[in-house]
Write a new protein. Structure first.
Length: 200
């Protein structure tokens, strides 16, 4: 049985930190896992920037409440879920993701958790497990599932490579250049057709 494992930000919804960077006027918060492969380092740096500017969870959630899924993402996801089991595996946090999951029709999401002080300051974060995307794909395979994986960033490559089939979606030119053997798509229709062609 196949399980399709999808990244969330950049694939189904806009990058949350880029949207927040634009709303808050803090350009350095535009940095994502497309730019910094070390997620732990990236998050610690982001938390430092938020502290410096006196911003907390509420401000980020206000921005997220105004974010919509990428055009065509919900229709793509609905069509895919009619064909296969789908799990969104993201390095984001439940406190960020839930409003977006509502807009996508509550698909299954595996992600992480923020540590938040009573005053709303983000003090840290708890990762679900080491290398969460690869670990999850390997765990599904150990239960007898075949996985098909797709994403757009450095931190998606391990789960894509470990799966029976894997794709890049709306990724960077550099990642495409570094991974010429992976099919890369820009449009949901082509992406959906490629995944469906791999389903058993």
């Amino acid at each position: 049985m196949d399980v399709v494992c999808l990244d969330m930000e950049g694939v189904l919804v806009p990058e949350i930190w880029i949207a927040f960077s634009e709303e808050s006027g803090i350009p350095e918060l535009r940095k994502t896992t497309r730019d910094e492969p070390d997620y732990d380092k990236l998050m610690r740096w982001r938390i430092g920037v938020l502290k410096e500017h006196g911003l907390g969870l509420k401000e980020i959630q206000d921005t997220i409440s105004r974010i919509d899924p990428l055009p065509g993402a919900k229709e793509f996801l609905d069509a895919l879920r009619a064909e296969a089991q789908v799990i969104i595996i993201s390095d984001t946090f439940t406190q960020f993701a839930m409003p977006l999951m509502k807009k996508l029709g509550y698909p299954t999401l595996f992600c992480n958790t923020l540590e938040v002080a009573e005053d709303g300051e983000i003090t840290g974060f708890k990762m679900r497990c080491e290398q969460s995307k690869l670990t999850t794909v390997r765990a599904l395979q150990s239960m007898g599932f075949d996985t098909i994986a797709a994403g757009d960033s450095f931190n998606d490559l391990a789960m894509i490579r470990a799966s029976r089939a894997g794709f890049l979606f709306r990724t960077t030119e550099q990642i495409k250049k570094d991974n010429p053997d992976l099919q890369a798509f820009e449009e949901f229709d082509d992406f959906l057709a490629a995944i469906k062609a791999e389903l058993h």
